[in-house]
Design a protein around this ligand. Structure first.
Ligand code: ATP
Ligand code: MG
Length: 543
């Protein structure tokens, strides 16, 4: 049980909020969701599930300039893909009328005023935490004048930036957020939902807590940077005499070798450093999906990471571990050769093709078996042969034996090279008694290698990924450099592989997740066609 669950269980015991639990996930629709958001989604929806409560989706759309319905749609798709369904769908912009009325109420109560100072003057007046700030010369306007000015702000009489509405709290507070925070600003911009109805927009602090309150949220879970906003969250709820949800902060998820700022992810997309938000190298949920991550892997990751009160950095290999663990149980096995060299079995009949029994998933009997054609000429991995093999190399070498997976034990006899010294053919003989069901089928050799028949395999494109950034903390850079200087120029390698001919487009695009035996987990990319399959490497088999 984490510390948030502890708080909630106590609240339930004390019958606070009639022992009900209602959380929400409140993304701003200004970008695609990333793995950090996934953590927050699993936490908020997970708590609602665990305590028989509800979790809302609230699009926190109070900043018209950066927001778009494209992002709203992607957010909904990603949450559902992760396996969660919200109880209610809301938009902060649906509360603009109510928020406006509440702002007038605070003016009436002498708790808010219109300030004509410029942005710079306001910042300067706030001062520094160790010294009291200076009060605005407009701070003591009458209620009538404030109401009149605020109504005219709304009516569109004033240009952007000329006036703001501020809460009248305490210009000497050690908490800078208490020094007369801005509630409304003038912004003549169209909103993706309210169009041109508004030219004043509420600030985060005047919208978030009230939105929680309107929805009857009981526990408003957010990340640590909002801890300093909490007194203000509480102040507005108290000043307005409305339902007062409890804000609880936890440490945001940070991953090494990764950036998670939406602004920077947007820059990677806009400036074509990656191929879109769903590029498999991106830490976005849609990028992870296209990489071949499963919802279960991401949920397990979020669970394993846990909920912390202090900021920390999680190793990205933990995410990879969670992918392996899930895919091992579910991915269908197939053979594929990524860096081929030809193996010729000299004593195998020229035109013979045998159908070998292969297991689809040793972890799941229900996945069944398939037949794989076997013939005289095969592709094997170049790395599975070594000319000058030492004792530690157990795979193929001259005069040594290995087993061909699902087939025979072979012994290498000689090799053929081209004029550059590159091996073009590996010759061997096979032992017909070593096939499964034959007398010597249990004879032990030190290694088993995979293969595909030259005449019964097909080409596929394979995309291999490395980390998008070269360094553990891409945001930490020297003077004059940016996170872009830390991009790994070799993060994508596209190559051609030979795969089993039985791996049809139909099969690949339905099953999607495969284990290429002895190599790793691969995902059938949506770029695949009947003519050409494309696979993304999700993660290798071992670290
Ligand atoms: P950015 O600063 O990159 O725009 P954000 O935090 O502003 O990200 P929001 O859309 O406001 O993004 O986030 C929605 C919810 O997801 C918030 O409750 C936020 O606290 C949470 N969240 C965002 N990033 C993380 C993270 N790395 N770890 C955990 N929760 C996160
Ligand atoms: Mg935010």
């Amino acid at each position: 049980m984490n510390f948030i669950e502890q708080i909630i269980e106590e609240d339930i015991q004390n019958r606070k909020n009639d022992a009900k639990v209602h959380t929400r996930f409140p993304p701003e629709p200004n970008g695609y969701l990333h793995i950090g958001h996934a953590k927050s989604i699993c936490l908020n929806f997970g708590i609602a599930q665990k305590y028989n409560g509800l979790c809302n989706l609230r699009l926190d759309d109070t900043n018209p300039v950066k927001e778009d319905t494209e992002y709203v749609d992607s957010i909904k798709e990603d949450i559902q893909w992760l396996g969660f369904q919200w109880a209610e769908e809301h938009y902060a912009s649906d509360y603009f009328d109510q928020l406006y009325l509440w702002a007038e109420q605070l003016i009436q109560d002498g708790l808010a005023y219109v300030d004509d100072q410029s942005q710079e003057e306001i910042s300067k007046g706030r001062g520094v935490p160790t010294q009291p700030g200076t009060e605005s010369p407009y701070r003591n306007r009458s209620v009538e004048e404030n109401l009149d000015l605020f109504r005219r702000m709304r009516a569109g009489e004033f240009p952007d930036g000329s006036r703001v509405l501020r809460a009248k709290i305490d210009m000497a507070s050690p908490n800078m957020h208490f020094r007369d925070p801005i509630m409304y600003r003038i912004l003549h911009a169209d909103h993706h939902r309210t169009g041109s109805k508004w030219c004043i927009y509420p600030m985060y602090d005047f919208a978030h807590g009230q939105s929680d309150s309107i929805e009857g949220i009981t526990h408003s879970i957010c990340t640590l940077e909002f801890e300093v906003h909490r007194p203000l969250y509480d102040w507005f709820c108290e000043a307005l005499h409305i339902h007062h949800p409890q804000q609880i902060e936890f440490a945001r998820l940070n991953l090494n070798y990764t950036i998670m700022s939406k602004r920077k992810l947007l820059q990677l997309v806009k400036e074509n450093y990656v191929n879109g938000w769903d590029d498999p190298r991106m830490p976005t949920i849609c990028g992870l999906r296209r990489r071949g991550y499963t919802p279960a892997a991401i949920r397990n990751f979020a669970e394993t990471v846990g909920v912390a009160k202090r900021d920390n950095i999680i190793d990205v290999s933990l995410l990879e571990f969670c992918a392996r663990e899930d895919l091992n149980k579910t991915a269908i096995r197939t053979m594929a050769v990524l860096d081929p060299v030809k193996l010729i079995i000299d004593n195998y009949p020229e035109d013979q093709v045998e159908m070998m029994d292969a297991v689809n998933n040793p972890e799941d009997e229900g996945a069944g078996t398939r037949k794989v054609p076997f013939a005289k000429e095969l592709w094997i991995e170049r790395a599975d042969f070594r000319e000058n093999a030492d004792k530690k190399f157990y795979r193929l070498s001259i005069d040594r034996e290995v087993r061909l997976k699902y087939a025979y034990i072979i012994k290498c006899t000689h090799i053929v090279k081209d004029e550059n010294g590159e091996i073009t053919e590996i010759h061997c003989t096979y032992d017909p008694l070593t096939k499964s069901g034959m007398p010597d089928s249990n004879r032990k050799v030190k290694a088993t290698i995979h293969w595909v028949p030259v005449k019964h395999s097909k080409a596929a494109e394979v995309r291999l990924f490395d980390r998008l950034f070269n360094v553990p903390a891409p945001d930490d850079c020297e003077e004059g450099k940016t996170f872009l200087d830390n991009l790994n120029p070799n993060s994508l390698i596209t190559t051609q592989a030979w795969v089993e001919e039985g791996l049809t487009y139909e099969k690949a695009s339905t099953i999607k997740h495969f284990q290429f035996e002895r190599i790793g987990y691969f995902y059938c990319d949506p770029d695949s066609t009947e003519e050409k399959l494309v696979f993304n490497k999700t993660v290798s088999l071992k670290q």
